[in-house]
Design a protein around this ligand. Structure first.
Ligand code: UDP
Ligand code: MN
Length: 586
């Protein structure tokens, strides 16, 4: 009775007291309770039993959309002619237009070039934390900082734990104390780890990884820009299975204008049997599934995420790999053969400045790249290593050094054979890059019938990529060519092919461009009966030359024109007559 009377009389006060107590508890209770409430408010949804959320920072996107200045939205920029001297000086030491970079905001905005569905994608509400590791050797100030700033600004703050810049014995003054002080003031989650001497990028990455404390390691080059929501797509597959490594799509930051653009919408990574990095087409089922992550046999190398746990189970990189070269193969083979998975995540896009030229000399004497390649081949490739040595017998003369630690990694992890990798992961690689090269259609010199003293000459005289002239026939390598089984035409053993990118009108120049083995504007055919070298699928244009000024080009085919007739020193007539029936077919 008394209690009820008390309640009735003081109802209002008691209720207020209760609410107050609840508020105090909520405010002072350890974070989980508050976190949970807040996160649910932020839009966590449950999808097939998994808590997921939208990680886009919409407020920040609005801020970015109002930014104005050179290079904003990733649009091409340029410098006034008055800065030509400064521009040249910085170009020389960087291999890109570093002076222009200084005019562009560190936090410049970029256009969103992701697959449209990326805007709607949700990722696990609980993701592991990440450490960004960036090795650098004499990197330019603003491109280095833009790497760190873009990674930081476009990441959920609770996920990016640290940015570790590894200074591989840089000699530029500003990369010393000035950099430390700048980071301490402006970007405290970033710090510099310094190496005592030039260790090269592989051991620099290893050293950075040793300093990292986050769950996931993300390696970046020192002249990159992370774009909108780049981080969650890399972390989500790792959260689901720690033995997964994830690569972003790598876009192009133009070395001259800093324009931001796609290189393409995805390929699977691979290699040829001289260990050149190559790319295979995306599989049709993965194409249908875009922009979901898809399996890739080999990473490009510079940009990827891997859990620290898995990285160290694999022994990190082989520390016997010197400077650079082969490390992307080593880690990719290890990931696959030792029970992991490698994915490309189309919704994570990071731009990279592909340099115009390599600005610094390499610090080692001797063939360290061949040594690196041999270490990878000997430990991981089993009987397949012979296909490398067959093409590069010189590598066998280079010592590998001690491999016992690497062989122990393979043993300890009970890793699968290279044959398994080739048959299950890189199963279409030999279709594009056969173990043994199929025979050429034609090779040797290409002699002009109109003027038999003259032959096609691959030594370029004008523009750097334009095949432009005839020369006095000789036996030196500049006169040797091959019409390969891929139906492309190239200087003997070259990786550049005769390419006609712009076939308009009667006459067009021939460029030497990286061979893509995709036919199209690199497809050529030798017409045995007419002695003509026909370009392309339809064969409307043919290789031609003006004997007078020795210029070479393609022109509309004319079987009566002597300057369109060419003699090869060797040709496989049977194969040429069967050309249209042989693979690859256009
Ligand atoms: N790098 C390094 N030490 C070296 C060579 C390169 O730390 O001895 C760094 C370099 O600063 C860059 C990354 O490793 O961040 C990859 O090198 P680079 O960009 O020159 O290679 P590319 O992207 O041109 O293949
Ligand atoms: Mn680079």
């Amino acid at each position: 009775m008394r209690l009820r009377r008390l309640w009735v009389r003081h109802q209002g006060k008691l209720l207020a007291l209760g609410i107050l107590a609840l508020l105090v508890i909520l405010a002072s209770s350890p974070t989980p309770l508050r976190d949970l409430v807040k996160r649910e408010e932020e839009g966590v949804v449950v999808v097939r039993g998994e808590r997921k959320k939208d990680y886009h920072d919409h407020d920040y996107l609005r801020v970015e959309s109002r930014q104005k200045g050179p290079g904003e939205m990733g649009i091409a920029a340029s410098l006034p002619a008055s800065l030509d001297r400064e521009k040249d000086d910085l170009y020389k030491v960087n291999g890109f237009n570093a002076r222009l970079s200084d005019e562009i905001a560190l936090n410049r905005s970029l256009k969103d070039i992701r697959h449209p569905k990326c805007k709607e994608k949700l990722y696990l509400a609980n993701l592991p934390t990440a450490a960004v590791v960036v090795p650098f050797h004499n990197e330019h100030w603003t491109t280095l900082l833009r790497t760190a700033v873009s990674a930081y600004n476009r990441s959920p703050k609770h996920l990016l734990k640290e940015i570790i810049l590894v200074d591989d014995a840089s000699t530029k003054d500003f990369l010393g104390r000035k950099l430390d002080e700048y980071l301490a003031t402006h970007l405290p989650i970033a710090r510099v780890v310094r190496l005592p001497e030039r260790w090269g990028l592989i051991r620099a990455r290893l050293e950075g990884a040793k300093h990292a404390t986050a769950d996931v390691l993300i390696f970046l080059d020192s002249h990159t820009e992370c774009t909108t929501n780049w981080l969650p797509p890399l972390l989500d597959p790792i959260a689901q299975d720690y033995k997964t490594a994830v690569c972003p799509f790598i876009d192009v930051i133009d070395f001259e204008t800093f324009e931001y653009r796609a290189q393409d919408e995805g390929r699977r990574g691979a290699f040829d049997w001289e260990f050149y990095y190559k790319r295979l087409p995306v599989l049709p089922e993965d194409e249908k599934n875009m922009p979901e992550p898809f399996k890739s046999p080999v990473m490009a190398g510079g940009l990827f995420a891997i859990s620290s746990k898995f990285f160290w189970e694999l022994g990190g990189y082989d520390p016997g790999l010197d400077i650079w070269g082969g490390e992307q193969y080593e880690l990719s083979f290890k990931i696959w053969q030792c029970h992991g998975t490698m994915l490309d995540a189309p919704c994570s896009r990071i731009g990279h400045i592909y340099r115009k030229f390599a600005p610094f000399p390499n610090p080692r004497k001797g063939n360290f790249i061949a040594r690196n390649y041999r270490r990878v081949a000997e430990v991981w490739m089993d009987e397949y290593k012979q296909y490398l040595y067959m093409r590069q017998p010189g590598w066998l003369k280079v010592g590998t050094g001690d491999l016992s630690d690497q062989l122990a990694v393979r043993e300890r992890n009970k890793c699968k054979s290279f044959k398994w990798f080739m048959e299950n992961i890189a199963f279409d690689l030999t279709k594009h890059y056969p173990l043994v090269e199929p025979p050429d259609y034609c090779n040797g010199t290409i002699q002009s019938v109109a003027e038999p003293k003259l032959c096609v000459d691959s030594k370029l005289k004008g523009q750097f990529d334009r095949l432009d002239s005839l020369g006095q026939c000789g036996q030196s390598s500049q006169f040797m060519f091959q019409l390969t089984a891929y139906k492309d035409l190239r200087p003997l053993k070259s990786h550049n092919c005769f390419d006609v990118p712009d076939l308009k009108g009667e006459r067009a120049p021939v460029l030497l461009f990286g061979c893509h083995k995709g036919l199209g504007n690199q497809m050529w055919k030798y017409d045995v009966d007419n002695q003509m070298i026909r370009f392309g699928h339809y064969g409307t244009h043919c290789l031609d030359a003006s004997v007078g000024n020795k210029e070479v080009y393609v022109a509309l085919c004319d079987a009566t024109s002597m300057t369109q007739k060419w003699k090869w020193s060797y040709l496989n007539e049977e194969r040429l007559r069967n050309y249209d029936n042989l693979d690859p077919k256009p």
